[in-house]
Design a protein around this ligand. Structure first.
Ligand SMILES: Cc1cc2nc3c(=O)[nH]c(=O)nc-3n(C[C@H](O)[C@H](O)[C@H](O)COP(=O)(O)OP(=O)(O)OC[C@H]3O[C@@H](n4cnc5c(N)ncnc54)[C@H](O)[C@@H]3O)c2cc1C
Ligand code: FES
Ligand code: FES
Length: 502
């Protein structure tokens, strides 16, 4: 007996049946519910006009995260609470502080982007009420505005915290003992979500299409084995575009998001084991603990809403040559654990990629986890993404350098590169040029020349082949400038950081 999709919409329970599972949340909100406050701009996760906030049971209270409704598939909301701009008005009818702040600070002109900005700010208001300027910038990295120039919106992000909140969706507070306090509305939502919980997962069918969302990894393994031709879908930040841009029918869909054990991030003897269904946001936070040098690269990966929906397993399995996590994971010697039925196998991540968009995944097999070994002593680690824009852009080139130094020499070197080959690749010749050499300007220069010539990249709209080669060589030189004897400051904002944090 097919089950309906159940979730909370602006605090009210809804059940959906008969709708094709590849329907996006945006289409459903606008076409089926006539909630047209949520806009469609790009329909590919880039502009943020469609941003809504999704809350789910978290540690203390709820986790509130912005997501792009345009590429989020409707059944993936099962058991969650969705908030749209229509739901923010407070019980007394007044505007929510986020909305009021946008009005007071003139944060809206034509208004098309405004609901999306309001929802991104609402997500921040609920999750990080004392956000720093850098956190505000990051929270808004997925929202584009053609009119305001952003300054009034940033002012609203400041102002929203000064306005009183009536009963409604208040910011969390802190009790005298430092614990997080939550408002009664949030508590009520948490209780309602408890009642919607479906430990066995969801088996849904609508308009002749099936959505299987197994409740744990074992059940997922059984479903993948039973339906080897089904499309696996995690956060749909790649798959969603197959629907909205390529208008593809996806057939039976197997969703990884209900298997909570597949989202676990654990510290094991082998290292940090990141479940394939862990969100990019959670995976990057865990990697930040062990490898803080990578923080900036993760901050530049898409935008906050994409990192909230997208998963590390999806990035790795998608295998795009311009994917950003893989070059870094390859440099960190990560391994990928694949599972088919009860059989598991482990591969070095670089061996997972066979050719352009071709991976070692067999029929019925899926990515179960990614394991990153513990860091060694004296690791010199840097990763740089080169793209036309700082935020929310695709890499023209990406390089991650992991040099194990010992006694002034390079004991071992691993370099992962993206955007320069048909697959995420290791720069083995350059690694060999570094291996065992004194860590010096001369060695770095030889390695830079080797790296510039190591790959045969292509010309495309993001960069020419010549630029890509040259930029890789220059990143090697930068590694020496930042991590060699001189420790040069290579960026203007680095110089400013020592005096006044951004
Ligand atoms: C606006 C925008 C910006 C982006 N920016 C970046 C960026 O800066 N850097 C970057 O690298 N990527 C970027 N991406 C791409 C995308 O966000 C990532 O690739 C993301 O990690 C995909 O994860 P997902 O969970 O959404 O995967 P999905 O879209 O659900 O799936 C992607 C692919 O992986 C397969 N898959 C998913 N999980 C598994 C599994 N466990 N086992 C086997 N197969 C699986 C699916 O079948 C599909 O082929 C961007 C995307 C958008 C829309
Ligand atoms: S419509 Fe542009 S991000 Fe969704
Ligand atoms: S107010 Fe016009 S696009 Fe932002």
């Amino acid at each position: 007996m097919p089950e309906p999709i159940r979730f909370l919409l602006n605090g009210e329970p809804v059940e959906v049946a008969g709708v094709a599972p590849q329907t996006t949340l945006l289409e459903w909100l606008r076409e089926h519910r006539r909630l047209t406050g949520t806009k469609e701009g790009c329909a590919e996760g880039d502009c943020g006009a469609c941003t809504v906030v999704v809350a789910e049971a978290g540690g203390a209270g709820l986790d509130w995260r912005p997501v792009n409704a345009c590429i989020r598939l409707l059944p993936s909301l099962d058991g969650k609470a969705v908030f749209t701009v229509e739901g923010l008005r407070q019980r007394d009818g007044s505007l929510h502080p986020v909305q009021q702040a946008m009005v007071e600070c003139h944060g809206s002109q034509c208004g098309f982007c405004t609901p999306g900005f309001v929802m991104s700010l609402f997500g921040l208001y609920k999750s990080a009420p004392a956000a720093t300027r850098a956190e505000v910038d990051d929270a808004l990295s997925g929202n584009l505005c053609r009119c305001t120039g952003y300054r009034p919106i940033l002012a609203a992000a400041q102002r929203m915290r000064e306005l009183p909140a009536a009963a409604g969706w208040r910011a969390p507070g802190r009790a005298a003992d430092g614990t997080r306090t939550i408002d009664p509305e949030e508590e009520q939502i948490a209780q309602q979500l408890g009642a919607l919980a479906r430990p066995g997962g969801l088996d849904y069918e609508g308009a002749g299409q099936r959505w299987i969302a197994p409740g744990d990894e074992d059940a997922l393994a059984a479903a993948c084995a039973a339906y080897p031709d089904a499309t696996i879908v995690a956060g749909a930040t790649d798959v969603g575009l197959w629907v909205t841009k390529q208008h593809r029918g996806l057939g039976t869909l197997i969703h990884t998001g209900a298997a909570r054990d597949l989202a676990r991030i654990e510290r094991t003897e082998a290292g940090l084991a990141i479940g394939a269904a862990a969100s990019l946001a959670d995976a990057f936070a865990a990697l930040d603990n062990d490898f803080p040098e990578l923080h900036e690269a993760w901050e530049r990966f898409a935008s906050a809403p994409i990192r909230a929906s997208g998963t590390l397993g999806g990035n790795v399995a998608n295998g795009s040559p311009i994917g950003d996590s893989m070059p870094a994971l390859i440099a960190l010697r990560a391994e990928v654990v694949l599972r088919r039925g009860d059989a598991k196998r482990t591969l070095p991540l670089e061996d997972f990629y066979l050719a352009y968009r071709k991976t070692a995944l067999a029929r019925g097999e899926f990515v179960a986890r990614i394991v990153v070994p513990p860091r060694g002593e004296q690791l010199l680690l840097r990763a740089w993404k080169v793209s036309k824009r700082y935020d929310q852009d695709i890499s023209a080139a990406f390089a991650c350098f992991a040099l194990q130094l010992a006694g002034g020499r390079v004991a071992s070197a691993r370099i992962g590169c993206g955007g320069v080959a048909p697959i995420p690749a290791r720069a083995r010749r350059t690694e060999a040029a570094l291996q065992g050499q004194p860590w010096s300007a001369a060695t770095a220069e030889r390695a830079a020349q080797a790296l510039a010539a190591e790959f045969t990249p292509i010309d495309d709209m993001r960069a020419s082949a010549a630029y890509r080669g040259r930029v890789l060589g220059n990143l090697m030189r930068r590694l020496w400038l930042e991590g060699g004897d001189g420790r040069a400051v290579t960026r203007v904002h680095d110089a400013a950081v020592s005096e006044a944090p951004r």
